[in-house]
Ligand binder design. Structure first.
Ligand code: SIN
Length: 339
């Protein structure tokens, strides 16, 4: 009987602390992220049975510097990998700082039928006790898990916990278990090389996602979408400054992309300071799309049928601010493509 061909697990390296190095093994803070190649991270790790692991370096950066260009390159790589019949899963090593944004970008733009798993680390590879190798081992297990093979989707694992792409957020700057899933919590644990699921799959994203065509994300430049926060004393000066830039860009006086979208992280249940709200109204009048979410760490804005305190003037997004910004970007890319 012919042996079944091994499925391919494509590991894409993008940098981060997991690929970071410091001058001393005792330094877990003053290091440089995105130094080691992804091949080096995989050295010595056990491979899942029945799988061939293939690694590719897409780029190697500190994820704070993630740009639309990096995202376009990553979307191209992940999309191409998923389209290969031999590839059963994709794993992305990524800096933790913007990992939640990339996770949502991949979920919303690709809605992948095969699993895509992201992982990173809180300590550099050169640390005395790095967390990267364990996280990467867990990610190999998760990406090849039978349940995920059936369900696909984008997932994140760090410190033995598994989160869905919509819920995951970085909630701590230092702890090894720096990520949380808010109200959803972790959906699974990776323990001793096995995945213990806590939630039924698939997890439904809180917003409808329409897969993008490659030509849609390959358009450059991407629309300018900024994210601002309402707070005590928010007087709208930031919005007015953005509108000055917007007008200058539109008239060609500056070679920058005009402002197309604004995500506002409101206080509490999406409340916005009256002075900021006035400036946002001006932005809308000048064609800027305004979306509202909450700056609260958990929950989402609830709009009562009867109206009430939450602003009714803006599209309310159920995602946290960083992901709402990605969602608005993708919305504008789609709208531009369809005219
Ligand atoms: C980064 O996001 O690239 C640096 C921080 C980290 O990975 O923890």
């Amino acid at each position: 009987m012919a042996e079944a061909a091994a499925r391919v697990l494509r590991v894409l390296g993008t940098g981060g602390t997991i690929a970071g190095r410091a001058a001393s093994a005792h330094d877990a803070v003053g290091y440089q992220a995105g130094v080691l190649p992804v091949h080096a991270l995989l050295e010595g790790l056990p491979r899942p049975a029945g799988w061939t692991v293939q690694a590719r370096q897409v780029f190697n950066i500190d994820s704070k510097d993630m740009s639309a260009g990096h995202w376009r390159a990553l979307l191209d790589e992940v999309d191409a990998a998923l389209a290969e019949p031999a590839v059963g899963a994709v794993l992305v090593t990524h800096g933790t700082d913007t990992l939640e944004e990339t996770a949502w970008l991949l979920q919303a733009a690709l809605a992948p039928a095969k699993p895509v798993v992201l992982t990173g680390a809180m300590r550099p590879a050169s640390a005395l006790a790095p967390d990267g190798p364990q996280n990467l081992m867990d990610a190999l297990v998760l990406a090849t898990d039978e349940r995920l093979q059936a369900g696909g989707g984008v997932w994140v694992t760090l410190a033995g916990r598994v989160f869905d792409a919509a819920s995951v957020r970085k909630v701590h700057p230092m702890r090894l278990d720096a990520f949380a899933g808010g109200d959803a919590g972790p959906v699974a644990w990776v323990e001793g090389g096995q995945v213990r699921w806590l939630a039924g799959l698939p997890v439904q994203p809180p917003v409808a996602v329409a897969r993008l065509a490659p030509q849609q994300w390959q358009r450059a430049p991407w629309p300018r979408v900024e994210w601002i926060t309402s707070h005590a004393g928010a007087d709208g000066a930031l919005v007015r400054a953005l509108l000055l830039q917007h007008r200058a860009a539109q008239s060609g006086a500056v070679a920058e992309a005009p402002l197309r979208g604004l995500v506002v992280a409101g206080t509490g249940n999406g409340a916005v300071h009256a002075a900021l709200a006035e400036a946002l109204g001006q932005a809308q009048a000048e064609g800027v799309e305004v979306w509202l979410t909450t700056r609260c760490a958990e929950g989402r804005v609830v709009v009562a049928d009867s109206g009430g305190r939450a602003a009714q003037r803006w599209n309310v997004c159920p995602l946290p601010p960083a992901k709402a910004r990605v969602a608005l970007l993708l919305h504008l890319l789609q709208r531009d493509a369809t005219g």
